[in-house]
Design a protein around this ligand. Structure first.
Ligand code: PRP
Ligand code: URA
Length: 209
């Protein structure tokens, strides 16, 4: 069963509260999202396997440890997921980046795919799928379906704010995918927006309100 990890570190919680405030402008919103993505990335990569290597320090030979195993890929769901890429890439500079473009139809709230470009070796990588908002879960489920069609078997989903409805939908459709979020909010409103949430993440990042 997919695990839900709510990463409630005080720094993350504090920064998220500033992001939620309607008075916070795009520049601060973007910077905070990048910082939180980096802090969450630290937790999300905690279980990466290590291997023994021998290195020469300036003083002596030593057995040291380095990350082993599969390489990583970061895949943002456009647009808002883009705001989490730089923070993660600063932690994992060798990760490749793919892009999945989805928007929610304003009437049906169902995701519509408009773009997909992934690294050719994506199926061999651990994929971190990122999107700040997990609302109905439709976008995350579609993006995960797409990644699995391309052969991906090791995927983690990272968001900033999740609604219980979205968590349930992802867990039901993709029980093998762990979800990492900075907050689990209360519910969705009649427009499928997360309450209390932070509004439209894409619009707040790119100033298209
Ligand atoms: C937002 C958000 C997610 C999606 C979440 O994107 O970034 O992708 O909604 O909603 P869901 O869980 O109900 O699918 P949006 O469709 O507004 O597109 P944008 O990022 O281009 O603004
Ligand atoms: N997408 C957003 O950007 N915000 C929400 O609350 C729900 C979907």
């Amino acid at each position: 069963m997919s695990e839900l990890h709510v990463i409630d570190h005080p720094l993350i919680t504090h920064k998220l509260s500033i992001m939620r405030n309607e008075k916070t402008g795009s520049k601060d919103f973007r910077e905070l999202l990048e910082e939180i993505a980096m802090l969450m990335g630290y937790e999300l990569t905690r279980d990466l396997p290590l291997k023994d290597v021998t290195i020469d320090t300036p003083l002596t030979k030593m057995k040291a440890k380095m990350i082993s195993g599969k390489k990583l890929a970061i895949v943002p769901i456009l647009r808002a997921g883009l705001g989490m890429v730089d923070g993660l890439q600063s932690l994992i500079p060798v990760a490749k980046v793919g892009h999945i473009g989805l928007y929610r139809d304003p009437t049906t709230h169902l995701p519509v795919e408009y773009y997909c470009k992934l690294p050719p070796d994506i199926s061999e990588r651990i994929v971190i799928l990122v999107d700040p908002m997990l609302a109905t879960g439709g976008s995350a489920v579609d993006a995960l379906n797409l990644l699995k069609k391309k052969g991906c078997a090791h995927i983690r989903f990272m968001c900033l704010v999740a609604a219980p409805e979205g968590v349930a939908k992802v867990q039901e459709a993709h029980p093998d995918v762990d979800i990492y979020t900075a907050a689990l909010d209360d519910h969705l409103n009649e427009h499928a927006y997360i309450v209390p949430g932070l509004g439209d993440a894409g619009d707040r990042i790119f100033g298209t309100l």
